[in-house]
Structure formats: structure tokens, C-alpha cells
Design a protein around this ligand. Structure first.
Ligand code: SAH
Ligand code: SF4
Ligand code: F3S
Length: 482
């Protein structure tokens, strides 16, 4: 792959179109020529493995990256023995970074066996200067680095690598560009994430996302609807609208449109049977949205509403811009307007200055709202965020103890809630065969709980009525009904 004629390389760059996505389509084609040539030389089609760390936004980027690699001629694989390995990284908590460094060591030993192996890194970690410096000095076997703003450029960057440049490094500080119409490989044929916005403007004081994902930008509603119509035509039943704060969707558009209005338009797309979205910031969740959810036939009865802390004092330090009372009031209004809705949340324990009293406030909210499930995190110090410079960092053993107590409470309540729908008939979207028993299939209910029931592979991707016969901790057993 690395053999190259410099004159030809120059010609290719001179001929590349200036506009997107045409430019990237052109580079996908150029990569494909080289990859096919390589396949002829070695007798096997070069393989590529994309490993995703992080959130649903990252997972969506990974599908785009995979789509580009496929167009560039690579064969997709799950094995990191692949000819090209691309890590799409996350840096939201320190643990996410440590996992990447650990696994890079393993890739390095594989590369010693196969020096032609291409190791590429992208995603949120790459937007941090300290990380890039560390990779450049201590992980010199990495071939290709890029960030969150130029995911769409993978083919062009890869072409530079395939034609001999090493390392290829291209990290943008920010962008207002949204490139449409690039290929993507979808993980599931029957459901799909759809970006509606990128970036975040909230600057919660603990969070690194606004620094690594840049300022908030919304996609044009027409582009979003066109994508959803295409997905529907392709057999997709369920869409998940994605953004760091979907409730502020549309504010930056030339013709502003609220998130609730966008949902109403998505509701009208024929063929789409279910709509989900992620993530909602409580401060921006409007009454209009609650009303749209209440009357919708397609929006799922599940809302992820990150709390972060139940203490008004800590919430202020976190720059969340709501109080405990406002959050409780919002949750109650939603539960009243959408009966049976499942609320889930994210909670951080051990934020700087958090006292036992503050933590008790969090437990109080957990008990009052009664979440279906909650992601609980130990506060992780992120360099460059305001909270990292705060005094009174909570000792790790105190934070750990709170995390355990919180988890016990969350699990107790979630366990109690799971049984509440036993005996009812609900629609389930069948996602696959049961992992443990091939005579069963696994389906997802509107409220995001799973149900296992007798069935076969022909049901995968179908929305079917199921009677919930038994609650088992966090999921149900059931039987299909006509
Ligand atoms: N935009 C989403 C969340 C994105 S990050 C929102 O506002 O809800 C996902 C979750 O990671 C957050 O909800 C928060 O609970 C957690 N998180 C973010 N930064 C963190 C940090 N520094 N330490 C621990 N958890 C953090
Ligand atoms: Fe981070 Fe807050 Fe933005 Fe969510 S809303 S991504 S927690 S800054
Ligand atoms: Fe992680 Fe980036 Fe998402 S930091 S949580 S992958 S936006």
C-alpha cells in the first residue's frame, strides 16, 4: 500500500474537487484503487476494524467512518488483527482515556508482527492538545490522527497515509461546516441514530464535551427529514434523534424551529413507527415538548433526563442552571402528562465540595422521581474545565462510598418498577435472538425495557404485540400475541 509515485500523488490532489462531499467521494475512489491493488498483491482484501469508545454521538460517527472505509475498499471486521485499526475515542472521564492507552500497547505489539498495519486515532481525545503531544512522543507507531470536526475527511487523510505520508495529523479547532450525504454503515437494519445537532454550548463546569465537540450547530430540518425518509424506505422502524442537548435544537438556524416542532415533522414520516431522542437538558425542556410527547403516537414512553446532582448548591457549582425543585417539578409534570413514561438519568457523585448533605439531596430526588435506571458516575477531573480548578476535591474513598449507596438505591427502585407492567400487552421491536436461548428472541419495549419471548429470526426488525408474563429483575419474559 505504501509504494508510491510522487508525481501521480500530486496529480491526484490537483484534480480533487474543492466542494464536499464530492471531494471525499473522489478520495474514496482513489483509496479504493490502491486498496484493490494491494488485494491483488497479497491475495486478500485489506480489512478494517473501527472500535468505538464513548456515547451515541460517537457511535454514529463510527458508522460514518465505517461507511467511508467500506467505500474505500476495505472489508469490515471485528478483529483488531485487521490491516487498519481505527479507535474512535472518548475523553468524558479519565477511565475512557486509560482504556485507549492500554489497548494501544496491544496494537503496537501486533504492528511489530505486521509493519504494514495502519493504526489510526480519532474522536474526542484527539481534540486535547496534551493527548496529541503524548501520542506524538510516546506512541510513535500511530499512523493517522484526526479529531471530531473532520470525521468526514477520513478518505482524504487515509489517501495521504496510503501514499506514503506518516504520520498524518489533521486536527481542527472547530468548524461550522456540516457535511451531508456521506456513506454510513448501519449497525442495525431496523433502527438508526440520526444526528440533529452537533456540539454543546452549556459548559457544565465538570464537562469536557463543549471543548472537544465545539459550539452547538443544528442540521437543517430538511436534511434531517430527508435522511429519515431514506431510512424509512430502507426498512428502519425506529429512529433516535441525537444531540448533546436536543432541547435547544434549531436555535442557531436561519429559520429557527423548536425541537418539539421538529418532532412533529418526524412523526409524519411514513414507515417510521418509533421515535426516541437523546439527550435532554432539563433547563431547556419546554412545555411544548411535553405536550407533543403526550399526544404523539410514535415518541417512545421513555425520557433520559440527566439530573447530575440533587443539591441546588452543587447544581449551581455545576452550572446546570436549574434547582432541585425545578427538576422535581419538571419530572412530575412529564410523569403526569405521559402516563407510564420511564425516566432515566445520569448522576455524578463526588463533585468538588459535595457534602454528605448534598449527597442526601441526590438520594432524595432518586427516591421521589423513581428512575427506571440511572447511569452513576464518579466525578472525574477533566483538565481545562472550571471544576478541575475547584478546591475541596472529594477524597476518592468518600466518593466511592457514595457511589455504592447511590447504586443500591437506584437498583432497589428499578427492581420495584420492573414488575409494574406484568400482565399488560405492549409492542416490542425485536432486536435479535436471545443470547442464551436460541428458542427466544429479545425485543425492546417503548419504555426501553427488554422482553424475551419464544420466536425465531424471522421476527427480527418487526414490531410485535407481546404479553408480559413475568418480571425478572430488570427485564420481562413474555409471549407474542396476535
Ligand atoms: N449532554 C449530555 C451528557 C453528555 S456526557 C447531558 O448533558 O446530559 C454523559 C454523562 O457523563 C453526563 O450526563 C455526566 O453525568 C457524565 N459526565 C460528564 N463529565 C463528567 C465528569 N467530568 N466526571 C464524571 N462524569 C461526567
Ligand atoms: Fe456536557 Fe453539560 Fe453539554 Fe451535557 S450539556 S455535554 S454535560 S456541557
Ligand atoms: Fe465521550 Fe465525546 Fe461522547 S467525550 S461522551 S465520545 S461527545
Amino acid at each position: 500500500m505504501t509504494e508510491w509515485n510522487p508525481t501521480l500523488r500530486q496529480e491526484v490532489f490537483a484534480e480533487a474537487p474543492d466542494t464536499e462531499p464530492e471531494r471525499q467521494r473522489y478520495f474514496m475512489e482513489q483509496c479504493r484503487i490502491l486498496v484493490e491493488q494491494r488485494a491483488r498483491e497479497t491475495g486478500h482484501v485489506p480489512t478494517a476494524c473501527v472500535v468505538n469508545f464513548g456515547c451515541q454521538m460517537n457511535a454514529k460517527d463510527a458508522e460514518k467512518l465505517q461507511g467511508i472505509l467500506e467505500e474505500a475498499g476495505f472489508q469490515e471486521t471485528d478483529s483488531e488483527e485487521a490491516d487498519l485499526v481505527l479507535y474512535n475515542t472518548c475523553t468524558v472521564r479519565e477511565n475512557a482515556n486509560l482504556r485507549v492507552y492500554g489497548r494501544l500497547g496491544v496494537l503496537n505489539s501486533m504492528k511489530k508482527q505486521n509493519p504494514e498495519k495502519i493504526i489510526a486515532l480519532c474522536g474526542c481525545m484527539m481534540q486535547e492538545e496534551t493527548v496529541v503531544k503524548k501520542i506524538q512522543t510516546s506512541y510513535r507507531f500511530v499512523d493517522l490522527l484526526f479529531g471530531t470536526h473532520n470525521v468526514f475527511q477520513l478518505a482524504e487523510l487515509l489517501y495521504r497515509r496510503l501514499t506514503g505520508e506518516r504520520p498524518v495529523l489533521d486536527i481542527w479547532q472547530g468548524t461550522d461546516q456540516v457535511v451531508e450525504d456521506l456513506p454510513a454503515v448501519r449497525k442495525y437494519p431496523f433502527k438508526s441514530g440520526v444526528n440533529i445537532m452537533f456540539g454543546c454550548n452549556n459548559f457544565c463546569s465538570y464537562c469536557i464535551v463543549p471543548y472537544v465537540r465545539g459550539r452547538e450547530r443544528s442540521r437543517e430540518p430538511e436534511d434531517i427529514l430527508r435522511e429519515i425518509e431514506r431510512l424509512a424506505a430502507d426498512g428502519v422502524q425506529e429512529v433516535m434523534l441525537l444531540g448533546q442537548n436536543v432541547n435547544s435544537y434549531g436555535k442557531t438556524l436561519a429559520h429557527p424551529l423548536s425541537f418539539a416542532q421538529l418532532l412533529e415533522r418526524v412523526e409524519e414520516v411514513p414507515g417510521i413507527r418509533r421515535i426516541r431522542f437523546m439527550t435532554s437538558h432539563p433547563k431547556d425542556l419546554s412545555e411544548e415538548l411535553i405536550q407533543v410527547m403526550a399526544k404523539s403516537q410514535k415518541i417512545c414512553r421513555h425520557l433520559h433526563l440527566p439530573l447530575q446532582s440533587g443539591s441546588t448548591r452543587i447544581l449551581r457549582q455545576m452550572n446546570r442552571r436549574y434547582t432541585k425543585e425545578q427538576y422535581l417539578d419538571l419530572a412530575a409534570r412529564i410523569q403526569e402528562a405521559v402516563p407510564g413514561i420511564a425516566l432515566t438519568t445520569d448522576i455524578i457523585v463526588g463533585f468538588p465540595g459535595e457534602t454528605e448533605e448534598d449527597f442526601q439531596e441526590t438520594l432524595d430526588v432518586v427516591r421521589r422521581v423513581r428512575y427506571d435506571s440511572a447511569f452513576t458516575f464518579l466525578y472525574s477531573k477533566r483538565t481545562g474545565t472550571p471544576a478541575a480548578a475547584m478546591e475541596n476535591q472529594v477524597p476518592p474513598e468518600v466518593a466511592q462510598d457514595r457511589l455504592e449507596r447511590l447504586l443500591a438505591e437506584v437498583q432497589r427502585i428499578a427492581g420495584e418498577l420492573c414488575g409494574k407492567d406484568t400482565g399488560t400487552r405492549q409492542e416490542a421491536l425485536v432486536e435479535g435472538l436471545d443470547d442464551h436461548d436460541p428458542a427466544l428472541v429479545t425485543g425492546r419495549l417503548s419504555n426501553n425495557r427488554m422482553v424475551h419471548f419464544p420466536g425465531d429470526a424471522s421476527l427480527i426488525g418487526r414490531l410485535v404485540p407481546v404479553r408480559l408474563t413475568e418480571a425478572k429483575g430488570f427485564y420481562y419474559m413474555g409471549r407474542m400475541e396476535e
